[in-house]
Write a protein of this length. Sequence first.
Length: 163
Amino acid sequence: MKPDRKHPRLKRYDYSLPGFYYVTICAADETICFSKVGRGLAPATAQVTLTEPGKIIQEQLLLLVQRYPYVHIDKYVIMPNHIHVILELDEMSFAEKRADLMAILCTYKSLATRRLNQVFQSPGKKWFQTSFYETVLRNESAYHECWRYIDENPMKMLLGYHR
């Protein structure tokens, strides 16, 4: 029997509202397949090198702004087994129906999975965990904290204390 999962979203929060959202999407079974992290050229820096699957998930991530004109990607890093991204949903007419954060990320994971399975001839392979983690960034301080976390995450991994 599977354990009861807690619903990770804020109750009664409208995730289609304009604002900034910090999101973490994990690889299925935390498989290391998206990138490799190594020492950078400058002292005390890390360099992320995308694998072939990582290049596809980056491509699909960047295509979100074409699929959803009100979505902007402010910052992201593709780690070996997860992705961190700051997304902005900008102001637009609410007369138009717009997808919420969950629908946007579900579409992203679905399209990325489809493309990965086409390229790697792996029909039905699961590339991502079912859910994702998100934080509504309610102020500038929270935004900068997440930005800094994304910047520092590769180096923290090299030093052995990331996530």
